[in-house]
Design a protein around this ligand. Structure first.
Ligand SMILES: O=P(O)(O)OC[C@H]1O[C@H](O)[C@H](O)[C@@H](O)[C@@H]1O
Length: 436
């Protein structure tokens, strides 16, 4: 994996980072690296995430999923970091990503349609919750379990549970003697893709989880006291420096359909880790080449508040474009789709500094387990570095609790300070709607 930061230097873009400022920042990167390595060595909460390529036991995962590897499909019931890592990996690597469906929302129409589309007897259930108490996950699990029972399928024979040492999900697993895997100690969900939390569906589908962990180890080996020696730290340091220069949005634009969910995973990692104390870069999800025909207008001609992060695999599948039968399309003759998307990538990356806007590039060799593992780990390490440089609490997410408390009280019909805010919030309804 490598990154190219040239199109985000002050010589190329505004906002941009002066080389001298980057050299100064590199001294702080060295200090941050030392702090991170100390946290890793001591297995400190959060920093332990960067040890997962060494601490995750692939054999333990394979043993737990062995009873269900005959499944045609896997349905993951989880949310946030308990679902996005697994979806990212199967979408990037599975021959048929459709074999892994994810219920990470409590949208009744979506849940109903998803379950109706599954042959439950041939579908493994992957339930994941670190706390074991997340309302969406537990509610969806109860619906899924009832669907299996209604279909006459023994759900206890088709399930793997990944959860913490306590809570209702652990109790349920113990009560029914279900195959369980532990969540990694001291690792927040959004940093746990390279653990059982993210690797059970890939293991059930027979993907190379050992290769993913090897890629993580390779990225860990690339961490160094200087950003000039570490792709992950170069990316993180540039994101930090650009935010300091006003780039408060990070438009994340992978040029691979199979990395679209990776963008969603990155959005949680970046927003939930760095959105603290009134600061943090807003991750905007985009996809190349598709969003050249939509959001690129804003990136090139809108406010100078963004950096666009481009991600691509160097190697592509070979799909020839048949010779066109119209002179206006003669430029496509003899090319293939990989050539076209790579030309679009190069053109779009260059179009940002051409409009005096910053761009950062992240390139992996190919869409294989090792490269995807390297990419996941590198973004996690970049995020940890930004958290150190910004001086924020990278590994907590206190701001998400208010909504949870309000939800529970509303569902229970209780009156709390949160429900009072819900009842009294400012409203000005425009347009007619049937009364709720
Ligand atoms: O794994 P769980 O305990 O179910 O948590 C699932 C998700 O919800 C929490 O509220 C946090 O916002 C996320 O960081 C977490 O990944």
């Amino acid at each position: 994996m490598h990154v190219d930061i040239g199109a985000a230097l002050a010589s190329a873009a505004d906002p941009g980072v002066e080389r001298a400022a980057l050299d100064d920042l590199d001294e702080r990167v060295a200090d941050a690296h030392e702090r991170i390595e100390r946290g890793r060595a001591e297995g400190e909460f959060g920093y332990a995430a960067l040890n997962l390529p060494e601490t995750t036991d692939a054999d333990e995962i394979r043993d737990a999923v062995a009873p269900v590897t005959d499944a045609e499909s896997v349905v993951t019931v989880g949310i946030g970091g308990s679902a996005l890592g697994a979806r990212t990996v199967t979408e990037a690597l599975a021959d048929d990503p459709g074999r892994h469906v994810v219920l990470d929302n409590v949208d009744p129409e979506h849940v109903e349609r998803t379950l109706a589309g599954l042959s439950l007897a041939d579908t493994a259930i992957n339930v994941v919750s670190r706390s074991g108490t997340t309302a969406e996950t537990l509610a969806n699990f109860l619906v899924v379990r009832a669907a299996y029972e209604d279909a006459g399928v023994d759900w206890t024979e088709r399930i793997v549970v990944t959860t913490g040492e306590s809570g209702p999900l652990r109790a349920l697993a113990d009560e029914h003697g279900l195959p369980t895997l532990p969540v990694p100690e001291g690792v927040p969900g959004r940093f746990s893709a390279l653990s059982a939390v993210g690797l059970v569906p890939p293991a059930i589908l027979g993907l190379d989880i050992e290769g993913l962990l090897a890629g993580g180890r390779a990225a860990a080996d690339d961490l160094a006291p200087s950003l000039y020696d570490s792709p992950a730290y170069a990316y993180g340091a540039m994101c930090y420096a650009l935010e300091e220069e006003g780039a408060s949005v990070n438009a994340f634009m992978p040029y691979a359909e199979r990395l679209e969910s990776f963008g969603e995973w990155f959005a949680q990692l970046w927003a939930e880790s760095l959105g603290k104390d009134g600061r943090g870069q807003t991750p905007a999800r985009a996809l190349g080449a598709t969003d050249q025909h939509s959001q690129l207008q804003l990136y090139r001609a809108g406010p100078r508040d963004k950096v666009v992060t481009f991600v691509r695999p160097r190697e592509r599948a070979d799909v020839a474009i048949p010779d066109p039968d119209h002179d206006d399309l003669s430029y496509l003759s003899g090319t293939d789709l990989g050539d076209l998307i790579d030309a679009e990538y190069e053109a779009t990356v260059a179009s940002l500094p051409a409009a005096d806007r910053p761009a950062l590039e992240v390139e992996i060799d190919r869409l294989d387990a090792r490269s995807v593992g390297e990419l996941l780990y590198a973004m996690e390490a970049a995020c940890v570095l930004v958290g150190e440089l910004a001086g924020v609490e990278t590994f907590t997410q206190p701001a998400v609790e208010w909504g949870k408390n309000a939800t529970r009280a509303l569902v229970r019909g209780e009156e709390t300070e949160e429900t009072a805010v819900v009842d009294d919030r400012e409203r000005l309804r425009i347009g007619e709607a049937e009364s709720l």
